[in-house]
Unconditional design. Structure first.
Length: 456
């Protein structure tokens, strides 16, 4: 009895197996390439056996799948033993990988460069470029789980995101990145209200464009009173991982506003406000016309100024990032035409808040962290005004002021005292010592600027 054969034309062997897998078909495929003949047995969409001369099982399947020009005929599934347990999609991936290696390392290296460039474009939020490059890469390598994950991150459409993740899952459902990305989607799905969707700045979880907090990593997407008061509530491991990635990218793209903004928000979410302040200061110089950044910087400055007199908020334990070293091309405004103000404050965060506020009002700023350093800076810099904290290490503000007032060269420099001590006696003590004004912490930055303008 003759076996009925049906020739399959217009499809690659890879496409045929994918179709059979989706439709759960059971057939035996007779595959020919030149003088070679191979057999693939498929049961309910799964490749269960392969035979090529003396080879059988996975080795035979990989060899057959590496053939370029093939003729395929289909017959009813023959009786055979199962010799392959690997999922069909995973087997296709292995075969494609070995096929690329046989073609030579040059082609593989070019593909890797295309993939890395595409992922970097997406990470920098250049979605159009990233989409085109990932599409180009996935046409040549359809079995890269991470590439499909990044492809899902490009889209603002839920259907595309789900389809890309399903494809990644068929390739390797145990891949850690696929498992994590699936968890993100399951958390966010009940909350999604419409398209296009936004993505979390830190973990890529799909979000509504109007949402301010990621439902997965709990990171806030902007600076607000809510996010400032909730600092420290986001998942630190995700923030740390994202920070390392963005800092690496920033060394390659030092003027990228998105990277600076994301890193600023990471610091704010961690409660490291001083570090976040340094990044925001850089952003507003890179994009001075963007009100969205200016408003967030002003809110952060105001929050820190009003918190500066409180002892419940500890100083950040880490040094602020060297923003200028990352971006040496940013030019400072010409200081020679500006009034020079010496800021004497032992809290690095408070000192930074005051310094940034003064620079934004076109003052040149000199800083000192203790009383002895303050006297040295007065002698070196000849400031036009001094903002002097009362509680200082080595020598307190009253002692510094007394020395200045007894020096003919410096006695006329106006000094505004800063202190967390309030009350009539402390103000009188400052007046008697020779201060021009007295500001109690926490203080309002606008009031500080107004007071400076009265005396300079």
């Amino acid at each position: 009895m003759s076996v009925r054969k049906a020739q399959i034309e217009g499809f690659s062997l890879e496409n045929i197996l994918q179709i059979f897998s989706m439709e759960k078909k059971s057939r035996t495929l007779l595959v020919r390439s030149g003088t070679y003949d191979g057999v693939l047995d498929i049961h309910e969409g799964n490749l269960i056996n392969a035979q090529l001369n003396d080879l059988q099982g996975i080795d035979a399947a990989k060899a057959i799948l590496s053939w370029d020009r093939v003729k395929v005929e289909m017959i009813k599934l023959r009786g055979c033993h199962q010799t392959i347990t690997m999922p069909t999609i995973a087997l296709l991936f292995e075969a494609a990988k070995e096929k690329d290696e046989k073609k030579g390392s040059h082609g593989t290296e070019r593909l890797k460069l295309l993939r890395d460039a595409a992922i970097q474009r997406v990470a920098l939020r250049f979605y159009d470029q990233g989409f085109k490059q990932l599409s180009q890469y996935l046409k040549k390598n359809k079995y890269d789980v991470e590439a499909w994950i990044w492809f899902s991150r490009v889209s603002g459409k839920l259907e595309v995101i789900q389809k890309a993740l399903r494809t990644a899952g068929r390739i390797d459902a145990k891949h850690p990145l696929f498992i994590e990305e699936s968890q993100k989607l399951s958390v966010s799905m009940p909350l999604l209200r419409g398209e296009p969707l936004s993505k979390c700045l830190f973990c890529w979880t799909p979000m509504n464009k109007t949402d301010h907090q990621c439902p997965y990593c709990l990171g806030y997407q902007n600076v607000s009173l809510v996010s400032l008061n909730a600092a420290g509530s986001a998942k630190k491991d995700i923030l740390d991982r994202t920070q390392r990635r963005y800092e690496t990218l920033l060394t390659q793209h030092p003027d990228n506003v998105f990277l600076c903004y994301a890193l600023a928000l990471i610091q704010v979410n961690k409660g490291l406000f001083s570090e976040g302040l340094a990044y925001f200061d850089k952003i507003t110089r890179l994009s001075p016309d963007k009100a969205i950044f200016t408003k967030q910087l002003e809110l952060l400055l105001d929050y820190l100024a009003k918190s500066s007199g409180q002892t419940t908020q500890p100083e950040a334990p880490l040094m602020a990032p060297d923003i200028e070293a990352l971006n040496p091309n940013i030019d400072e405004k010409e200081p020679s035409k500006s009034k020079k103000i010496l800021v004497v404050e032992d809290s690095s965060t408070t000192r930074k808040v005051i310094a940034i506020s003064l620079k934004r009002n076109e003052y040149e700023v000199v800083e000192a962290a203790d009383g002895l350093e303050a006297l040295s800076k007065v002698n070196e810099e000849r400031p036009d005004l001094i903002l002097l904290d009362v509680m200082l290490p080595k020598m307190d503000g009253y002692e510094v002021l007394s020395i200045l007032r007894n020096n003919l060269e410096f006695k006329s420099i106006p000094v505004i005292m800063l202190t967390s001590k309030d009350g009539f006696i402390n103000k009188m003590k400052g007046k008697i010592a020779g201060s021009a004004a007295y500001l109690t912490k926490p203080f309002d930055l606008e009031k500080m600027i107004h007071e400076i303008e009265k005396h300079i």
